[in-house]
Design a protein around this ligand. Structure first.
Ligand SMILES: Cc1cc2nc3c(=O)[nH]c(=O)nc-3n(C[C@H](O)[C@H](O)[C@H](O)COP(=O)(O)O)c2cc1C
Length: 465
């Protein structure tokens, strides 16, 4: 205490941080307070308001105090009064306080979104205190808001102790986890009800969550026809829900399977996830990528050149040169840049008098090779463009998303490599001018395949045992 005491009397600001125990400071904090006694002289003096005390041995009149404390109940009322009174007597108006009821929630990973929001507010309060010596009204108000409404909190907290109706029967962990999820439900904003059924293989238990317009109903009997059914061991599901296991990876490794409407799974993330948003709201909307920018230079080359061998090349060059302008609104990928480079080289070769059928056929081959090349890279070509619909760059860590896109990119590559044969034939036929237009069928067919496959393949994969 000798060392601590010296630091104490030297400090400009003392930060007190402790949990609330029996409506007061915990015994160890109390022991520390007791041993601050040498800070006072033994003399007894009377104050003007009729109270008494000991004069200070050191001049600590400018020393300020910050009290940060959590407690287990959901309110400060009939809870913190003793601590506040003690601090008022010890430090007068030289202290500010952050009192956070429902403190146990800070260790629940599923609630990270809300708790980190609160902690960000605590950080802001700290900055304000250093700059202005007080917390602003807005910050104070936010710090006073409960983490969750008392009813939700009580439901979540009490489920940890809930016993079944039969004497001694303790409800299983899956029951508690799903009921806690139901308590935290954020409505999906749609008219229809979505019923998610869970079958826990290790417990042999089935439960349902019915996601309605305003609330989520937990069911352990009287089941409804389900939208999607998730078969999993409780161990796996508990690990996913507390963040120890990545849900996408677990699906990829067939640790759980999904039957019914696979797309209903997105509601798990949307309606129950309390995880922190990774995006920084201050940065505004991030720019998206567009596959059109990748295809545009090629499409210009393929259509304009056969249509007008004299001027087509200039049209292709102008369109290609315009591509960087799009970077103002769209994010360009390395493949967009490579496309520009390839089409410029092909156009220049056209101008130098190279054979048109050779160049056009070569361009289709090059385009197909780009797709095939990308499938050997960490991020296959189509993944760059479709990731925006699957949570942005985070999708690159989703193994099932990457596998789906690797297959899609291979198909696009194969279609364009094979198309070289008929392009070569068309370019030598009477209809060579229509080569570009005829081949518009390729991206159309590949696009339809992509739309179909990207929906169906993950669902098919998720059904497999
Ligand atoms: C012995 C003991 C007494 C407690 N007394 C209270 C109390 O009076 N009021 C309250 O709201 N929470 C009370 N709690 C709950 C704690 O304040 C709460 O769990 C807090 O988040 C614990 O913080 P910690 O995890 O940093 O120890 C008590 C906990 C313990 C262990």
């Amino acid at each position: 205490m000798g060392g601590i005491f010296e630091k104490y009397i030297d400090a400009d600001i003392i930060l007190w941080s402790f949990p609330l125990y029996y409506y007061g400071v915990p015994s160890k904090t109390k022991a520390l307070i007791d041993r601050l006694l040498p800070g006072n002289l033994p003399d007894i003096i009377a104050h003007t308001d009729g109270s008494a005390g000991h004069p200070q041995r050191y001049n600590l009149q400018n020393q300020r105090h910050v009290l940060v404390s959590t407690c287990g109940l959901f309110t400060v009322q009939n809870n913190y009064e003793a601590v506040i009174k003690q601090f008022e007597i010890m430090f007068g108006n030289r202290f500010v306080k952050i009192l956070c009821p429902e403190g146990e929630l800070f260790r629940v990973p599923q609630l990270e979104k809300r708790t980190s929001e609160y902690l960000a507010c605590v950080t802001k309060a700290g900055e304000e205190y250093i700059k202005q010596g007080v917390f602003s009204g807005g910050t104070q108000e936010k710090l006073g808001e409960p983490l969750y409404p008392p009813e939700t909190f009580m439901e979540m907290a009490n489920l940890n102790w809930e016993r079944g109706s039969a004497a001694g029967e303790i409800k299983d962990g899956a029951y508690r986890l799903l009921r806690q999820m139901a308590a935290l439900y954020k409505p999906h904003g749609q008219d229809k009800e979505i019923t998610l059924e869970f079958y826990f293989t290790d417990l042999g238990k089935t439960y349902q969550l019915v996601l309605g317009k305003t609330k989520c109903v937990f069911k352990e009997d009287d089941f409804l026809p389900c939208t999607a059914r998730i078969e999993t061991s409780f161990e796996v599901w508990a690990a996913i829900s507390n963040g120890r296991l990545n849900g996408q990876d677990a699906l990829f490794q067939h640790k759980y399977r999904v039957t019914g409407d696979f797309s209903a799974l997105e509601f798990l993330e949307r309606c129950f996830s309390g995880k922190k948003n990774t995006g920084n709201p201050g940065e505004g909307r991030p720019k998206k990528r567009s596959m059109w920018l990748f295809i545009l230079p090629w499409a210009a080359f393929w259509t304009a050149l056969p249509l007008s061998p004299d001027f087509g090349v200039y049209i292709a060059l102008v369109i290609t040169a315009a591509l960087p302008v799009f970077s103002v609104v769209k994010k360009l990928t390395v493949y967009d840049t490579v496309s520009v480079f390839c089409v410029v080289v092909l156009s220049v070769l056209t101008l130098t008098g190279f054979s048109l059928p050779v160049l056009v056929t070569l361009s289709y081959g090059l385009f197909g090779l780009l797709w095939i090349f990308s499938t050997g890279q960490r991020i296959p070509l189509s993944a760059w463009y479709s990731s925006d619909s699957y949570g942005g760059d985070a999708a690159f860590n989703n193994k099932l998303f990457m596998l789906t896109n690797r297959i899609i990119s291979r198909v696009w590559g194969a279609v364009y490599l094979v198309s070289c044969t008929w392009v070569w034939a068309i370019m030598h036929s009477y209809y060579f001018q229509l080569a570009g237009l005829v081949n518009m069928a390729c991206p159309l067919a590949a696009g339809i395949f992509t739309a179909f496959f990207s929906r169906r393949f993950p669902a098919f994969y998720a059904r497999k045992k």
